[in-house]
Design a protein around this ligand. Sequence first.
Ligand code: SF4
Ligand code: SF4
Length: 387
Amino acid sequence: MVTNLPAIGTQFLIDIPALDSIIGGLRRRGYEVLGPVVRGAAVVYDAIEGVNDLPAGAGDEQEAGAYRLTRREDGALFGFVLSPHSWKKFLHPPEARLFAARRDGRSFRLLNGGPAPPPRYAFLGVRACELAAIAIQDRVLLGESYSDATYRARRQGAFLVAVNCTWAAPTCFCTSMRTAPPAEAGFDLALTELVSSERHVFVIEAGSRAGAEVLAEVERHEASPGDRLEAERAIAAAKASIWRKVNTSGLRELLYEKFDDPRWDHVAQRCFTCGNCTQVCPTCFCTTVDDSSDVTGQQTERWRRSDSCFSQNFTFIHGGSVRMSAKSRYRQWLTHKLGAWVDQFGSPGCVGCGRCITWCPAGIDITQEAAALRADEEIAIGKGDAI
Ligand code: SF4
Ligand code: SF4
């Protein structure tokens, strides 16, 4: 038991072997450590055993409908921006078996009471916008009116290691959504990577007692004013490079007013209703339930699977689907994300990560669509430029 814990919020400097020790310390505590790795042609989140699994020297280029891995000469471990995966993959998994049952005479016997207990997860590399996305899913899935057992089991023991962005993609707009780095709350440890020809180190701070206990075990020294300034400048430079914006002022009301705007027809001509935007989005949470039985009729299972407001079946009720057109489905998604979500959960359902822009095969850009709706409004009242 470590008695002399580093103070929460005090910044220290560690090197790469010390980061490896942090991963080892988490594994010794029984966590399954998940972090960024290169798989195929993308950085994704998967199990890691040490720093050697991290994507050293990997960068990425992102644009509307485009993603490409790149090589960096500096060997940065977190030199890419965002993965197509989000931590939703582990906290709110795309498939979960709710129960199975077997025929037992004229009745059925439940084979289990629900999903198997999940591992205790430690996430390494959670960006500030992703912390905000987890906080949003906490409000939705751990709220007073509804608490989701699968999410709760995975979330309550999770250990979060944040990484402050020191690079941004052209698709990022976290500064508009007030989710930009540095990470300020909701993490156990937070890192800022400093990489140059002279050194490769991390400024680190604990955000919880659990984080302080892990940090206490590794070699470190207090960050100097120069170290802290270098980290602040690297984060500030990343934020300053973000040019994509959403004007959120009055946006909720604007979206409600724009229910019949011709812009919805314009976007519907481009949207494939593939649902990619909802699958990559770290806050989208909708699911459906499938029941299936084996061919002998002896055993049945109930599965929960990710669903999307872009699928016709999503709104299928007696007599058919409520949203038959691409226009109605895109309008539902955007209006919910940036408008109705505020009424339901107290904040927009968007953190400005830009994944829906990068991974839309049609290159549809949520920021452009929101701006176009506002532009129509402002042209109509003679104000000219939208934002
Ligand atoms: S907006 Fe793009 S990603 Fe979303 S459903 Fe339409 S085509 Fe697919
Ligand atoms: S709507 Fe798009 S930009 Fe906003 S959180 Fe979801 S994926 Fe990220």
